[in-house]
Design a protein around this ligand. Structure first.
Ligand code: FAD
Length: 465
């Protein structure tokens, strides 16, 4: 052994303490399974990122005993998500005499006019009401950056001191024949050898574990990424708003502590140009989309309040090998339109944590024993990736015909309770079924009537009833 080199024996070694790896580490610790998590970063993430906990992610945190423990001053439940047409209303939708863009328009409350109606120069297309979902997960939760993640990491570290090593970078796999039996890493500059029954690649879209396993995969980088910002919000901004237009997307979500989270689509690689154009230009663009953002936009005074996030999709041909598995973005990164990437990483972790005790009992860590995890998770992930890609096609478009179809679908979803509920249940992570079949698509686009438009599944709740 080289001087300074260390050898560790454990049951499960997890590479990466992101959304998936941290949850798996904690779930296994709660089951009493010896686990070591290796994270290349020097400490918990401190960067800017907006986070929306969908109902399925809330369920995971609840199962881990953490949902109720999140600091109330850092989380904001949000029930209503309004979708608007960016670029002003269609001619027919604009109230007579009103200009397409009005300064200082007020925030929209729950009593919004019907889709196609016009408020303050904006045309509301659709409102998604999380209150229709079965309680207690009948809301989205917008958190300040990294709040849930820090809670998971902190609980893991206090439960298993030494079970999470920062500054530890995976370098290669250890094998005996075809079986993976551990990893080598660099920990604070010194070699670290970890023998384990199972190696988990939770190391993100550019996974080195996946590469070392020689698992074929496709990485698609989308043409658009997101400029995100955490800014001040006016007290009356209680609901989320999403503007879609010609190659334009701006999301504004109320967060806790008087903050708002902004999510703005920009061409990949254009952040340098946006910075060169200056803050005033960016503020102007946002105000042009939503004049009521005045106060929020004025609080943008430094690029430090912003961050750029590229978007990519990963499709790995398999997620399991003898003695190894991939979870989260390493297996299946998806476009953020699904609002589910991190939630799915967490669900992978919980599913795998349920399977590992049985593998321990049988002493079977073969790919065929681990395949139950992939079989259980793939259908939902594949469906979400496809749905997110359809949303990329219709939502990010500059093509007027596609935009017209998109807006028609939004308007249908506003009126058609059945289809609206289906889309909500998928986005909330509570359904594994695609929201639309072929006939549904024709109905959603307004080419066929839907005799079942008012039929909701039994679990749905009609708010206010
Ligand atoms: C703009 C944008 C918005 C998004 N919004 C949402 C949203 O609203 N809801 C949602 O659910 N998801 C969202 N996502 C997706 C979400 O961020 C990812 O799906 C999620 O972070 C994946 O978790 P993960 O644990 O698989 O990977 P990651 O979070 O990428 O974690 C991987 C970890 O592995 C570590 N690592 C990498 N290589 C090594 C190595 N060699 N050795 C040791 N450690 C290593 C990294 O440092 C990192 O900590 C969004 C993504 C983008 C781009």
């Amino acid at each position: 052994m080289k001087p300074g080199a260390e050898q560790v024996r454990t049951d499960v070694v997890i590479v990466g303490a992101g959304g998936g790896g941290a949850v798996l580490g904690l779930a296994l610790a709660q089951k009493g399974i010896r686990t070591l998590v290796l994270e290349q970063a020097a400490g918990p993430p401190g960067g800017l990122r907006g986070e929306i906990l969908q109902p399925n992610g809330q369920q995971v945190l609840d199962r881990l005993g953490l949902l109720g423990a999140l600091p109330s001053e850092a989380v904001k439940p949000v029930r209503l998500f309004h979708f608007y047409r960016a670029g002003g209303p269609r001619e027919g939708a604009r109230p007579r005499g009103e200009k397409p863009v009005l300064a200082g328009a007020g925030w929209v409350g729950a009593s919004t006019p019907g889709a196609g109606g016009c408020e303050g120069g904006r045309e509301r297309l659709c409102t998604v009401d999380y209150g229709m979902l079965p309680p207690p997960y009948n809301r989205a939760i917008v958190t300040l950056p990294n709040v849930a993640h820090h809670a998971i990491l902190h609980t893991l570290e206090s439960r298993v001191p030494g079970g999470l090593r920062y500054g530890a970078t995976f370098t290669r796999l250890l094998r005996e024949g075809t079986q993976v039996v551990g990893v080598e890493a660099k920990w604070e500059g010194s070699p670290l050898t970890v023998s384990a029954k199972l190696v988990v690649g939770a190391d993100g879209a550019l996974s080195k574990v996946r590469e070392a396993l020689a698992i074929p995969f496709k990485l698609h980088l989308y043409n658009e990424g997101y400029l995100i910002a955490i800014l001040d919000r006016p007290a009356e901004m209680e609901e989320a708003r999403y503007f879609v237009g010609r190659q334009t997307i701006l999301g504004t979500f109320p967060a806790a502590a008087g903050k708002a989270y902004l999510f703005y689509m920009i061409p990949a690689g254009s952040m340098a140009q946006i910075k060169a154009d200056g803050l005033e230009v960016l503020r102007g663009r946002w105000l042009n989309i939503d004049p009521s953002l005045e106060k929020t936009v004025q609080s943008l005074v430094d690029w430090e309040q912003t961050a750029y996030m590229p978007t990519g999709r990963v499709r790995a041909s398999r997620w399991v090998a003898d003695g190894a598995v991939l979870i989260g973005d390493a297996a299946h990164a998806m476009n953020p339109h699904a609002s589910q990437g991190r939630m799915q990483a967490m669900m992978d972790a919980m599913t795998l944590a349920e399977l590992i005790p049985a593998c321990m009992e049988r002493g079977d860590w073969s790919a065929s024993a681990l395949a139950a995890y992939e079989r259980s998770r793939r259908p939902q992930v594949d469906m979400l990736q496809k749905m997110a890609d359809e949303q990329v096609l219709f939502w990010n478009t500059g093509n007027p015909l596609l935009a017209l179809l998109r807006d028609r679908v939004f308007r249908t979803l506003d009126r058609n309770k059945r289809l609206g509920y289906r889309v909500l249940a998928v986005t909330a992570g509570l359904s594994t079924q695609a929201p639309f079949g072929l006939l549904d698509r024709l109905m959603a686009a307004g080419f066929l009537p839907d005799p079942q438009a008012d039929h909701l599944p039994t679990e749905a709740v009609v708010p206010g009833r």
